[in-house]
Design a protein around this ligand. Structure first.
Ligand SMILES: Nc1ncnc2c1ncn2[C@@H]1O[C@H](COP(=O)(O)OP(=O)(O)OP(=O)(O)O)[C@@H](O)[C@H]1O
Length: 266
């Protein structure tokens, strides 16, 4: 599906950067986790996906990135069908993915981690490192430090930076603030918005639903593998039903679970 906009002198048809239509997907035979999900992200948008534990948010990201078997429905990238394409092919086509856990190579330095993100186009290393260090200046200062010695927030920065090395059109972020203190969570959200402002479309799954809705252009509430509510971040954050069902305790729970983290993190 495309969106037709009025523009000076005529109409302009916008093609979504990425679009999922009626996605059904799951891990085990006969058990579907996604039960007909729909999602689209247009150029330059920051999309938030929220919902209760087990709703299928991470599974949706994995289905977009070819990491879980799509049983029916489709995924397109700039209008091209990419349903079921493998992750390496998707990276080459302009999709970046930052998983929630195990998202850095701990024994490698920060710079080596970033280099790994560009192994498909090593000739661009100097140029891409300069662009990334512009967004993450602290990574440049600490480029020789091993990723295994970094805090959770710092690792998250390295993982995001690595995914950006290929200069993706769309970046998929799986709970980037998970396990971080409130201050580090805030830094992560600000950084995510900054990356988005450089022109990268972003689809972000988040447990910190309120904060996610504050920064995203549009959001999707998933429940039991289906779209429950969709709207702008503001519309969802102000919707009494969404507040009652999904925001009331969720944000408080996440804040209570977040532990302190060392100062001076990236
Ligand atoms: N590798 C797997 N094999 C089998 N079942 C899985 C696998 N990964 C996730 N699931 C199941 O899929 C369901 C949805 O999980 P998913 O991680 O997508 O939910 P979520 O909305 O991201 O939840 P959370 O906020 O708790 O991370 C859960 O019931 C989970 O147990």
């Amino acid at each position: 599906m495309t969106d037709t906009l009025s523009a000076a002198g005529g109409t302009e048809t916008r093609v979504p950067v990425m679009q999922a239509t009626d996605l059904v997907a799951g891990y085990l035979p006969g058990i579907n986790i996604l039960n007909g999900c729909n999602l689209d992200v247009y150029p330059g948008e920051l999309i938030g996906i929220i919902g209760p534990n087990g709703a299928g948010k991470s599974t949706l990201l994995k289905a977009l990135f070819g990491l879980v078997n799509v049983r029916s429905g489709s995924v397109t990238l700039k209008g091209e069908n990419i349903t079921g394409h493998k992750a390496n092919k998707l990276v080459q086509a302009g999709v970046g993915f930052v998983p929630q856990n195990n998202n850095v190579f701990p024994s490698l330095t920060i710079e080596e981690n970033l280099q790994m993100g560009l192994f498909l186009r090593p000739k661009l290393l100097k140029e891409r490192l300069a662009a990334i260090f512009d967004i993450f200046p602290v990574l440049a200062d600490r480029r020789t430090q091993r990723a295994g010695s970094l805090s959770g927030g710092e690792r998250q920065s390295v993982a995001m930076a690595r995914a950006l090395m290929m200069d993706p059109s769309v970046l998929l972020l799986d709970e980037p603030s998970a396990g971080l203190s409130p201050v580090r969570q805030d830094e992560t959200f600000i950084r995510t918005r900054r990356i988005n402002k450089t022109g990268v479309s972003i689809i972000m799954v988040e447990q910190n639903a309120r904060r996610c809705l504050q920064i995203c252009d549009r959001g999707y509430v998933l429940d039991q593998g289906r779209n429950a509510y969709t709207g702008t971040g503001r519309e969802l954050a102000d919707d009494p039903k969404v507040i009652e069902l999904y925001l009331g305790t969720l944000a408080k729970d996440v804040e209570a679970e977040s532990g302190p983290e060392a100062p001076g993190a990236i």
